[in-house]
Write a new protein. Structure first.
Length: 470
């Protein structure tokens, strides 16, 4: 197979991926995984790739008997992985934590030869040139698929080792900084989710008040409060020494009452999601009007929302002009609204808008009625499954206005929404700032990478560009 390739500096050369890998080591994984098991050998699928890393959530597990038949793709760590089917061309280096795992049919495993690191191969495979060459030769008859023959023939630029190591170090440093920001965000979001669960799912402050009330009035029966009388109330508290400040603690009741969802805090009512949020629809400017498009207003489609890899969406694939916004049904959705895909194969996917962004009609936005957008987002993270289950449609599930208006959920009092918001706002603002910084670094990396590995940009210039972003 011939390729029209750019010239390389003197001393550099191209090698096929096959020549950079151990003999006959480029292969795809398990073709027939069988039924997923609760306990088995994990396999890495396309959904486990995220921003150049492997995520270990939602791993499929297969029987050891089936996995044994595919020992050639069993991982030890240090292999290069690339997706072959669907979202093709996603690349990651297998960490040692996946040793003993295998991969699915839609993933190829590459074992580098000595002298060429897995990081270098991964860097080259992620480059625009490699991505273009692979995608342009992919089979798109049913589902986009990269042929192993084309993958093996893919040319990779190979600089002298010293220069290669320096380029590799710079790019992996950027990758590591981006990964650290994303890991920090995951930790921050988990903290906010844990607090939400404590307050509004486990009702820990109510249990604390109930315990206090019982101590003040020992004649009270445990059944006046909640739970199994055989379980001491204190065991249901999350850290007795870390109770909320009195001004927050008094916002919670000290007793429970029966509801359709079981025992809930006294005085809290059931109602529709739309009692907590305003529902906003979207629209699409006419696509044949050039003056409506490519402006400075971000415009989100279901694709932007469903493929978002972060809590916040800050960039969109397409943009519109002020004229396009004015002369169409689309609306500018306020920052921090929770936006949900309402129809199609990805119904129920949700993201927080990190800026004022317009959107199309396949999505709904929810804006808090009580200036508590981050509370609302955490609330909707728990409600979205119920909404999606109630969606309906002849071809794809569809969430409608009626789906929201007829929902029945426990309504958190406005005072508590605001109090909770005051605590988690700095956390979410930190997540947003980290997301923006990670995006800046990713843009820099993606700008530097193709120029560095083609020799068009030398290292001192790249290091200067990196220094500018801190």
């Amino acid at each position: 197979m011939s390729f029209d390739l750019p010239y390389l500096p003197e001393g550099w050369n191209y090698k096929s991926l096959e020549d950079c890998a151990r003999k006959q080591s480029i292969s795809y994984g398990v073709v027939q995984p069988g039924t997923a098991l609760a306990d088995g050998i994990p396999i890495i699928r396309v959904n486990n790739f995220n921003n150049g890393r492997i995520e270990l959530a939602d791993l499929m597990k297969i029987s050891p008997e089936i996995e044994t038949k595919y020992s050639r793709t069993r991982l030890v760590g240090g292999e290069v992985l690339i997706t072959l089917v669907g979202s093709v061309g996603q690349v990651a280096v297998a960490p040692v934590t996946v040793a003993g795992f295998n991969v699915a049919r839609a993933v190829a495993v590459i074992h580098p030869i000595d002298g060429i690191s897995p990081d270098w191969i991964a860097i080259c495979l992620r480059s625009p040139l490699s991505q273009h060459l692979l995608v342009s030769r992919a089979n798109t008859t049913v589902q986009t698929t990269i042929n192993l023959k084309d993958l093996r023939a893919l040319p990779l630029p190979i600089p002298p080792k010293e220069e290669r190591d320096q380029i590799e170090s710079l790019i992996t440093t950027l990758d590591d900084r981006i990964a650290l920001l994303r890991e920090t965000n995951a930790t921050l979001e988990a903290m906010a989710q844990a607090l939400f669960k404590s307050w509004f799912v486990d009702f820990d402050p109510v249990h604390a008040n109930a315990s206090t009330k019982q101590m003040i009035n020992p004649a009270s029966s445990p059944s006046d409060f909640v739970g199994d009388p055989a379980v001491p109330l204190d065991s249901r508290l999350r850290g007795n020494d870390d109770l909320l400040p009195p001004e927050l603690q008094t916002l919670f009741p000290a007793t429970f009452t029966a509801s359709s969802q079981g025992l809930v805090p006294e005085g809290w009512e059931m109602g529709s999601i739309l009692e907590l949020a305003n529902l906003i629809g979207g629209g699409t400017p006419k696509t044949d009007r050039a003056e409506y498009w490519d402006g400075d207003i971000s415009w989100a489609s279901a694709k932007d929302v469903s493929q978002a890899k972060n809590l916040f969406l800050i960039e969109t694939e397409r943009t519109i002009t002020a004229q396009g916004l004015k002369e169409s049904a689309t609306k500018l959705i306020p920052a921090f609204s929770s936006v949900i895909v309402a129809r199609g194969a990805t119904t129920g996917r949700m993201v927080l808008f990190g800026a004022n962004i317009a959107m199309n009609q396949t999505c709904y936005a929810l804006a808090s009625k009580h200036a508590a957008p981050f509370f609302l987002n955490l609330f909707m993270q728990r409600e979205i499954q119920s909404l999606t289950q109630r969606a309906h449609g002849s071809v794809f599930d569809t969430i409608t206005t009626n789906t929201f208006s007829t929902s029945k959920t426990l309504l958190i009092p406005a005072q508590l929404q605001v109090a909770f918001e005051g605590i988690v706002s700095p956390v979410f603002e930190g997540i947003l700032e980290n997301t923006k910084q990670a995006q800046t670094l990713a843009t820099l990396r993606d700008t530097l990478l193709p120029r560095l590995i083609s020799g068009q940009l030398r290292l001192p210039e790249a290091e200067a560009a990196l220094a500018e972003v801190g």
